[in-house]
Design a protein around this ligand. Structure first.
Ligand SMILES: Cc1ncc(COP(=O)(O)O)c(C=O)c1O
Length: 403
């Protein structure tokens, strides 16, 4: 396992001298290391300038630091080409970019789009909107009882009319890691475009975009120790070139007359206006940080925490655990008999424990489970087995109060 005491020295929130923080909500957003905070601060206090337009030293530095992050993302995820890397505000914006800029242009009433019953709203609602607008239909790969995708009737979902498949790589509710490589190959066999929501995968495991061979891949900086307000869309450059811009404005243009405009090259064609410069540079620092600790080490650390957490929580007869996928990230959804998840989260908070409670932006999953909400504990590199012991004790205490 990782040396958590030493990892926590990197995260100022753990070194405030207040009562101990037991943060078990990293699937929602992660804590930030000092190196990320310092990198953002140094942009603001040493070289604040706009990018791609300032002809002076600090402007050139800002542009260089921003563009360097494209190279970092390329190496981190083995992306074939920096031109396929677009900075967005997050996974949600990345998926909306594709659903608008690709979907509205290429979908019509003869086509269908495949998603699954396991999606975060970010990878469902944009497809509902664009299929409604274009007349295309939406098909769903169903969820099985164990929190995996039910792939038994897979062939029946795909046809030559399937224009796009958009699936989550790792579920934010169950932690399920989907067999996306084979699903991407399946979609490609009928000529469909493939989009993968990697919001929960990129922070926790080694993702190789070239090997996956998908057409679009999205993730968010804030779930991987980076700042909020920055994410990435990776897209096949030939598709990005065929697509119309998502937003119009500064920087995304080539020539503008009063009547019409032509577009900048990709990726800048999709980065209209002044981007989140500090956040993009901060994302670069987050990538450096994760590389310095080691994605494989983080992954094994989380696996131990997951196994330990499942064991410990299963010992409490008042706890109902949901799903048991074999290939899974460090996320545990559960409820405690007679305690609403919101009450549980509030009571745990009095012991300094942060968990998520609610529908996890996945109401169709809640409907499928027959509940309106669950509690969820999720782990990252700064969590320890002691955190899980404290969680178990606090749950027991809360259950006794409600009994
Ligand atoms: C699987 C998944 N997809 C998409 C998102 C949306 O990410 P963001 O809010 O950073 O755009 C989340 C956030 O929780 C997620 O877990």
């Amino acid at each position: 396992m990782l040396d958590v005491a030493s990892i926590r020295k990197d995260f100022p929130i753990y070194n405030k001298g207040n009562s101990p923080l037991i943060y078990l909500d990293s699937a929602s957003t992660t804590q930030k290391p000092q190196s990320v905070i310092d990198t953002i601060t140094s942009y603001y206090d040493s070289y604040t300038a706009n990018i791609h337009r300032a002809l002076y030293t600090i402007g050139e530095k800002a542009t260089d630091e921003y563009e360097k992050v494209r190279e970092k993302v390329k190496l981190f995820l083995n992306v074939p080409d920096t031109h396929s890397i677009i900075f967005t505000r997050g996974t949600t914006e990345s998926i909306n970019l594709v659903s608008h800029a690709w979907g509205t242009k290429f979908l019509d009433e003869k086509n269908n789009v495949i998603v699954s019953e396991m999606e975060h709203h970010s990878n469902l609602v944009p497809w509902q909107m664009v299929t409604e607008q274009t007349g295309a239909s939406l098909k769903f790969i169903p969820l099985a009882d164990d929190g995996t995708l039910n792939l038994k009737e897979l062939d029946s979902y795909f046809s030559p009319n399937t224009k796009l498949m958009s699936l989550v790589h790792q579920s934010n509710v169950f932690g399920t890691v989907n067999p996306i490589k084979s699903l991407i190959a399946k979609a490609k066999s009928v000529g469909a475009i493939t989009m993968i929501d990697g919001a929960q995968a990129v922070p926790h495991s080694k993702v190789d975009i070239t090997q996956l061979n998908c057409d679009f891949y999205a993730f968010s900086g804030h779930k991987m120790t980076g700042p909020t307000g920055v994410g990435v869309l990776i897209g096949r450059t030939d598709l990005l070139e065929e697509m119309d811009p998502f937003m119009g404005g500064g920087e995304m243009i080539d020539v503008v007359t009063m009547e019409k405009s032509t577009w900048n090259q990709v990726p800048w064609k999709f980065e209209a206006g002044t981007p989140n410069i500090a956040q993009v540079i901060g994302l670069g620092a987050a990538i450096d940080y994760l590389i310095s600790v080691g994605l494989e080490k983080i992954h094994s650390h989380e696996k131990e925490l997951l196994d330990y957490g499942l064991d410990v929580l299963a010992q409490n007869k008042d706890i109902i655990l949901f799903g048991h996928p074999e290939n899974r990230g460090a996320v545990i959804p559960f409820i405690v008999e007679n305690v609403h998840p919101h009450d549980l989260a509030k009571f745990l908070d009095t012991d300094g424990i942060c968990i998520r409670a609610g529908h996890h932006c996945a109401q169709p999953i809640m409907n499928r489970l027959g509940v309106t909400a669950t509690a969820r504990a999720s782990f990252y590199l700064y969590n320890s087995k002691e955190d899980i012991d404290r969680l178990a004790e606090s749950i027991e205490k809360t259950a006794r109060i409600f009994a």
